[in-house]
Ligand binder design. Structure first.
Ligand code: SF4
Length: 406
């Protein structure tokens, strides 16, 4: 059976962060009913997709992403996992990840962010540990905490609903609740952030030893408030030199602490790479359920509508309403394989490429070869032992390198 990853998008957040380009809706602490209704639609879509796909798949990763999945009650997450198990074969060691905003799970009833997330009344009814334990019992075995920074000034700039202390508590509580596979997301290159505050954040994270770390350079995306501020000249981004210093210093600190960088923006302790995300970079099938979710199954890319998802569901999920419905040509497949595979530090195997596409990389991309030689001469890419690998230095210009395969 072919392995399959299932992604479930939960498009609700307490409030929108000013830099965020993901599809989600601010629901304050009044979103319970809306989230409950949304899960009903998710279950319908899952059934529909299963009927559509007669193939034989073994689900070995499930990922609840968002948005803020930790706004959904553990019971809803549990029902969704049960629904997947009733429709698909699920492997015994299936990786089940859930993203969590520390502001929704920090285990202190007096925590301001906890009150922001759940309202004063509800905040008194939960302890973070109990809530996390319920997710664990529901079947979630990997928690991805949206920490972003351990500096309160940076968190305020990012408009996060939580403090650095909330993030520390959320991590401690996740351990108490039995999570032995925890990831933390960090953002660097935030306006006003200094190299020192970033180095302190990375040092603190390394001392906590979560199993996995994602570290992203802030992207100023069109349609966000940051973009407007930037265009109006009200925001001064960090310099490229600072941004790159932050990136490489993070890799160095993480390496010294026992992590292995395995993708441009991801590092893990041995054996703790994210199985689900690896599917995106190794050309495996994944099914996306929910508003704005994307799928790649048997060479076909599909993307659900975001804002129009409810109507789309009411109409019975018609193909005509998909934002993307693209049958990959052989060339598209080869290009996707290169563009995603070269993000990995182990790069791509030329033998695997040939066995999948029947030709060598250079037969399919003859124009790229000469330009790649120049990148190789500069130490940005290495071709040896049958593998093509972008170096750490080359990751600084990865967009230029990957564009050779478009
Ligand atoms: S919590 Fe995450 S998904 Fe929600 S607005 Fe902020 S960055 Fe975006």
């Amino acid at each position: 059976m072919k392995p399959l990853g299932i992604y479930i998008h939960i498009p609700f957040c307490v409030r929108r962060c000013p830099y965020c380009g993901f599809y989600s809706n601010a629901c304050g602490n009044d979103g319970r009913e809306e989230i409950y209704e949304y899960f009903k639609i998710l279950r319908k879509e899952l059934e529909f997709r299963r009927k559509e796909d007669e193939g034989s798949h073994l689900v070995d990763s499930i990922y609840f992403g968002g948005g803020t999945p930790s706004l959904a009650e553990p019971g809803l997450i549990s029902e969704m996992i049960d629904e997947i198990s009733s429709l698909y074969d699920v492997s015994d060691d299936c990786e089940i990840s859930m993203e969590a905003n520390p502001g929704t799970i920090a285990g202190d009833h007096e925590s301001e962010s906890y009150v922001v997330a759940f309202g004063a009344e509800k905040a008194g009814n939960y302890s973070g540990v109990e809530r996390l334990r319920s997710y664990r019992q529901a079947g979630v075995n990997r928690l991805s905490l949206g920490v972003q920074s351990f500096d309160d000034g940076v968190l305020r700039t990012l408009g996060r609903i939580h403090s650095a202390d909330d993030a520390r508590r959320a991590f401690d509580d996740s351990r108490t609740a039995g999570f032995d596979n925890v990831s933390m997301d960090l953002i660097f290159g935030v306006p006003g952030q200094t190299t020192k505050t970033w180095a302190d954040t990375i040092d603190e994270l390394a001392s906590m030893l979560p199993e996995h770390v994602s570290f992203y350079s802030l992207q100023i995306e069109e349609g966000t408030r940051f973009y407007k501020d930037y265009k109006m000249g009200d925001m001064v981004p960090v310099t490229d030199e600072e941004d790159r210093w932050m990136y490489h210093s993070a890799i160095q600190t993480l390496r010294e602490s026992g992590y292995r960088q395995y993708e441009i923006s991801n590092a893990a302790l041995p054996g703790k790479e994210c199985r689900h995300n690896m599917k995106y970079w190794t050309f495996c099938d994944y099914l996306g359920i929910g508003a704005s979710a994307s799928s790649f199954m048997d060479g076909v890319r599909k993307t659900n509508p975001g804002a129009g998802y409810r109507d789309f569901a009411d109409q019975g999920f018609p193909e005509s309403e998909l934002l993307e419905d693209h049958v990959n040509s052989g060339f598209d497949n080869a290009a996707d394989y290169m563009i995603t595979g070269l993000r990995l530090t182990e790069g791509i195997s030329e033998a695997d490429f040939r066995s999948r596409f029947g030709k060598s990389v250079w037969e399919i991309f003859p124009d790229a070869q000469d330009e790649l030689k120049e990148f190789a001469a500069d130490g940005d890419i290495i071709e040896e032992n049958g593998r093509l690998t972008v170096t750490e230095k080359g990751f600084d210009i990865s967009n230029k390198i990957l564009s050779l395969f478009v």
